[in-house]
Design a protein around this ligand. Structure first.
Ligand code: BGC
Length: 774
């Protein structure tokens, strides 16, 4: 978030004021199934909600109305330094941002529901992105599980932990499609694909909210950042996005539509310019697309200070104009700034803004509060906070999720799994001993974490395990909010010390039977304001890698990172590479589980993995060109590198092998309104049990527009015992076959020929075809 007002809370990373550790206490058991089956607190019908909203609205003063569309922070509002408590008491705040202190939340809510004139409860919003105290893998890792049911359960647990802490609103899921790994926020989403992205969006909304708003122990979600943020030019965070409407609707909006269909209560409007109009002042986007076309019926919250920033963009003339443009464009609530609070009264008094425009926004906010059951249950079950946050099932769930998120990128000559009889192990790398970095960015009450080193020690209590840091890495520029508060980037180890560390690492490698080299990025190197111009291993990690490999011992490379990195050298010289993302609280244990074969990795890449930075953006669902790569003479569209990424979308190895056969379509041709059934047999041909993600891709051969070379339209993660064979079935109907045509400007299913492939990644070769008829 970049804005002229210094952000008073550095909330994303370890060491930030909001990153509070709370003590462990009594461990009690609550099963996740009991959470899933809990009843709804709110059971109001739409008509009842409308009636209550109208009756409340009639009693509200202008100030109180503006209060409902204002989200304040827990700090005084300038220039008069209005205290948050006073604003709440006066009914001048509808929500509070970035407060995780349960006692403070309770106090503020009490003021709202006991001391304010109309007793309207507050929404407390926070970024509960991949866990609350128990930290799950970062979202890109969760997407790599290809397991929406598990993701839903994980977010239900996160919601439960948040709700018993007093938070009733999460700023998630983040569903921005990211095709360019230079963009730091790729870590927060589900990667490049709209179909996988939609599945993850749906799962997360259901996890956060339950089957309907008001489900007990859940929170309201906020799908973000609406829309097109991931297409920031050059991958530079906050930069403008230019997205043609067909690409916007076919790719970028699909996960948002899935979130809306799953009933998400709020949508967060993005910061950046979309085709020259800032998203948070973009009437077409927020009214025509979101409310009219997509059928959204909750409310829109701006990103933090995004309404005030309309002026910074060079779009609004002054704060009053910014308030006017934000509100009329369809931003129902202003996050963090006093732009609505200060300017809407002037706009209404002068007659520029009709009160009906304000009323409409207030209605949307109140309706969500009613549907959430907030008037009946404003507090959350604070008494059970310690119990829920320390629930061993939550902790166990983070380990399971981490195991399932890992992607085995390389495994030459079955270098993995390692044997538990290993006598000695060298654990090397600047991230290997960190119990903090392993959790990634965006965590709240960070509970304890398990580093890779600790996980390996837990796994091999009797082995000689030697740790060498091996070097260091640093952001050249600190996070903007750190800089605003005068915090400097973590100091880098001096060059001379780094050289010594590399030497120490080489010596340790020579002494050990096997080396586990842990490389990647610090958590603060991806996420918001964490874009990069280059995807190389930061710091001295490349030198460390080459030196350790040259020591001649078997090396396993474990990556901790939130984006694909340039590892082309490693992919040629290191026999085993495991992508572990930032796996969360139990990360180190989960990594050890996979390295030693207690768990067979089954995650798959939710992004295409470029060989070098210059390949970005690279994505599998590109259009065909007049020079397809298999045409004579055209092997690449670069003369200095192949076009193909290092690892394709959907890719990931296993300790076993799977064979696909018997691809069957129940019809050779269907009507545009019809449904086709596809089946395929998948067999585990190896000696160990394992998971395969069965993926189905299609291609429309001709039509009113060029269609992507391949598009994912079905997937299922299945578990197979050695020798076991299963039949997996998919359906292809209107939802899968439709696209938004630039010719007709509508969704169409066209009577054309289609290809279909099924396999274990986006290069699947098992092929068939079908036709759609009028
Ligand atoms: C980010 C959002 C986040 C908000 C509130 C902004 O800077 O862009 O993703 O939800 O802050 O923390």
């Amino acid at each position: 978030m970049l804005n002229p007002i210094p952000n008073p809370i550095a909330r994303h990373f370890p060491g930030s004021r909001a990153a509070v550790l709370i003590p462990l206490s009594i461990l009690l058991l609550i099963s996740i199934t009991s959470i899933a089956q809990q009843p709804s607190a709110a059971t109001l019908s739409d008509a009842q909600v409308r009636e209550r909203v109208e009756s409340l609205l009639k009693q509200m003063t202008l100030q109180e109305k503006i209060g409902q569309i204002t989200q304040i922070g827990p700090w005084p509002v300038p220039p008069e330094n209005l205290k948050p408590e006073d604003l709440i008491r006066a009914g001048r705040a509808g929500s509070v941002l970035w407060t995780i202190d349960s006692a403070q939340i309770k106090k503020m809510q009490e003021i709202a529901v006991k001391e304010s004139r109309l007793k309207i409860p507050l929404l407390f919003g926070y970024d509960v992105i991949h866990g609350y105290k128990n930290v799950f893998p970062v979202p890109i890792g969760m997407a790599a599980t290809w397991d929406p049911a598990m993701v839903e359960r994980a977010q239900a647990m996160a919601a439960h932990e948040a709700s018993v802490s007093g938070i009733n609103w999460t700023f998630g899921p983040m569903v921005d499609i990211a095709r360019d790994p230079r963009w730091g926020r790729i870590v927060e989403g589900a990667g490049e694909d709209p179909y996988l992205g939609a599945a993850m969006a749906r799962a997360q909304v259901l996890g956060f909210q339950g089957p309907r708003l008001g489900t007990i122990n859940r929170v309201v979600g906020s799908v973000k950042h609406f829309a097109g943020y991931g297409a920031a030019e050059g991958g530079r965070d906050y930069d403008a996005s230019y997205i043609p409407e067909e690409l916007f609707r076919n790719i970028y909006l699909r996960p948002f539509q899935a979130a809306v269909d799953a009933g998400v209560g709020t949508v967060m409007s993005a910061y950046m310019d979309l085709n020259d109009v800032p998203a948070s002042g973009n009437k077409w986007l927020l009214r025509d697309v979101l409310r009219r076309d997509m059928g959204f019926r909750g409310f829109v919250i701006s990103d933090a200070w995004a309404v005030a920033s309309l002026q910074v963009h060079g779009y609004a003339r002054d704060p009053e104009d910014a308030a006017y443009r934000g509100l009329t464009a369809g931003v129902s609530m202003d996050m963090g700034s006093e732009t609505y609070l200060k300017n809407v009264p002037k706009l209404v008094d002068s007659g520029k803004l009709p009160i009906s425009a304000v009323d409409q926004m207030v209605r949307e906010v109140l309706a969500v509060k009613f549907r959430l059951g907030l008037f009946e249950h404003p507090f959350g079950d604070l008494a059970s906070k310690e119990k829920v946050l320390n629930d061993p099932e939550h902790r166990a769930a983070t380990r399971l999720a981490a195991q399932r998120s890992m992607v085995l990128l390389r495994n030459e000559n079955q270098a993995l799994p390692l044997k538990k009889t290993l006598a000695s192990l060298a654990v090397i790398g600047p991230l290997a001993d960190s119990a903090e970095e392993i959790k990634g960015s965006w965590t709240v009450e960070r509970g304890p974490g398990v580093s890779v080193l600790e996980g390996l020690r837990n796994k091999l209590p009797d082995a000689k395990i030697e740790f060498v840091r091996g070097g260091d890495m640093q952001r050249l520029f600190p996070m903007p909010w750190d800089a605003a508060e005068g915090r400097k980037a973590t100091p880098l180890m001096p060059e001379s010390e780094m050289r010594k560390e590399v030497e120490k690492a080489v010596e340790a490698a020579k002494r050990a039977d096997t080396v586990v080299l842990v490389l990647g990025e610090r958590a603060s190197m991806s996420g918001e304001a964490a874009s990069r111009a280059s995807l190389t291993l930061p710091g001295n990690q490349r030198q460390l890698l080459e030196a350790v490999v040259a020591a001649g011992k078997p090396v396993v490379l474990v990556l901790l990172n939130g984006r694909p990195l340039e590892i082309t050298w490693a992919a040629e010289h290191v026999p085993a590479i495991l992508e572990a993302w930032y796996p969360g609280s139990e990360g180190g244990n989960a990594i050890a589980d996979v390295l030693f074969g207690d768990v067979n990795p089954g995650g798959k890449l939710p992004v295409s993995w470029p060989r070098v930075t210059g390949q970005a953006p690279t994505y599998y669902n590109h259009n065909l060109t007049q020079a397809p790569e298999d045409a004579p003479g055209f092997t690449s569209r670069y003369w200095d590198l192949v076009t193909a990424p290092l690892y394709p979308f959907g890719y990931g190895l296993s300790y076993t092998t799977f064979a696909f056969s018997n691809l069957k379509l129940d019809q050779k041709s269907i009507k545009a309104s019809g449904t086709l059934h596809v089946s395929v047999d998948v067999e585990n041909q190896g000696g160990v049990a394992g998971d395969e993600v069965v993926q189905l891709y299609i291609h429309q051969r001709a039509g009113s527009a060029s269609r992507p070379a391949r598009e994912l339209k079905g997937f299922e993660r299945i578990a197979l015992a050695p020798g076991e064979k299963k039949t997996v079935r998919f359906s292809l109907g209107k939802e899968e076959l439709k696209f938004w045509s630039p010719e007709t400007k509508t969704w169409v299913v066209e009577p054309e020929a289609f290809d279909v492939w099924v396999g274990g990644d986006s290069k699947a070769t098992l092929h068939s075809e079908f036709k759609v008829t009028e």
